[in-house]
Write a protein that binds this ligand. Structure first.
Ligand SMILES: [Zn+2]
Length: 263
C-alpha cells in the first residue's frame, strides 16, 4: 500500500508538471503506473492535470476493468494497456500534447534526424505513428508496430507518448522529446542541419551501455518510421542497420472502446 500511495503522489506531481510546462491544455493528457499484481493506476478521464488529487486516480486490471476509483478511467487506457502488454520492462506511461513536438506530428514529420547526441543515446529517434482516432482501437493499431522498438512515439495530428521503467523517467523522456523538437525547429529556421556522422552514431549507440540513466529494453533504432510517408529527405541508404524488419510490419490491434470523452 505504501508503494501505491507513493505512486498516486507521483502521478499527481508529474501531471501538474505537464500542465505547468504547457505540455497539456484543459483536460488533455494521461499518466499511468503499473502496480503489483497486474493492476494499472491511471489518471481519470476529463479532469485537469493541474489540480488532480491522489484519491481521483483509478485502478484497472490488464483488461481495462475498473477495480477501484470514483471517476471513469482515462479514455486512452487501451493505449496504456497495449504498451504494458508489449513491454514487460515498462512500469509507467506519460501521454501529452507538447506544442512543438505535436507540431511536428501535425506536419507529418518524425523527429528522426540525429542532430543531438543525448537524444541518440537516450531515445534513438522518435518515429511518427499514423493517425488513429483517440480512444479507439485505431490508435492502438497505429502504435503497435512501434512500441517494441522505441520509448517515445509521435502520434500524427495528436501528441506524444513516452514510457519507461519509472514514472520519473517516462516524464523526463517527454521533456526530452519536446526539447529536441524545439532544437530541430531551430535548425529548420536556420535552414541548416548537420546530422551526426555514421561513425559518431555508432560510438553513441555503444555508449548506451555505459550511460547511467539508460535502462530501456528496446533497441531504439536511429532510423525513423514515417507513418504518413511524408519524409522526402530520408532514403533507404540512411536506414540504420539496427532497424529490424519486424518494426516495419503493420499489425491490427482491436479492442472495443466506446468512450466519447477524450483526455
Ligand atoms: Zn491525447
Amino acid at each position: 500500500m505504501a508503494n501505491e500511495a507513493r505512486n498516486r503522489r507521483d502521478i499527481v506531481h508529474y501531471g501538474r508538471l505537464l500542465h505547468e510546462r504547457g505540455y497539456v491544455a484543459a483536460t488533455d493528457g494521461n499518466l499511468s503506473v503499473r502496480l503489483k499484481g497486474g493492476r494499472i493506476l491511471s489518471t481519470p478521464t476529463a479532469m485537469s492535470k493541474a489540480d488532480l488529487r491522489p484519491s481521483d486516480l483509478v485502478i484497472a486490471d490488464m483488461e481495462g476493468r475498473i477495480l477501484a476509483g470514483r471517476h471513469p478511467i482515462s479514455s486512452e487506457i487501451a493505449m496504456h494497456l497495449l504498451i504494458y502488454r508489449l513491454r514487460a520492462d515498462i512500469g509507467a506511461i506519460v501521454h501529452a500534447h507538447p506544442p512543438t513536438a505535436t507540431g511536428f506530428a501535425a506536419a507529418g514529420l518524425a523527429l528522426d534526424e540525429p542532430l543531438a547526441c543525448e537524444v541518440v543515446i537516450g531515445l534513438g529517434s522518435i518515429p511518427l505513428a499514423k493517425y488513429g482516432t483517440p480512444g479507439t482501437p485505431e490508435l492502438s493499431a497505429t502504435l503497435r508496430p512501434l512500441v517494441p522498438q522505441y520509448d517515445a512515439i509521435l502520434m500524427s495530428n495528436h501528441g506524444v507518448v513516452t514510457y519507461a521503467d519509472t514514472l520519473e523517467r517516462a516524464y523526463m523522456k517527454m521533456e526530452t522529446v519536446e526539447h529536441f523538437a524545439q532544437i530541430t525547429l531551430v535548425t529548420h529556421i536556420l535552414g541548416r542541419q548537420e546530422p551526426l556522422e555514421e561513425e559518431a552514431l555508432e560510438k553513441l549507440v555503444l555508449a548506451r551501455s555505459r550511460y547511467k540513466g539508460f535502462r530501456s529494453g528496446a533497441p531504439l533504432p536511429l532510423a525513423g518510421h514515417f507513418g504518413n510517408g511524408n519524409h522526402p529527405e530520408r532514403s533507404d541508404k540512411n536506414r540504420s542497420p539496427m532497424e529490424s524488419d519486424s518494426a516495419r510490419e503493420s499489425d491490427q490491434e482491436s479492442r472495443p472502446n466506446r468512450r466519447t470523452s477524450f483526455d
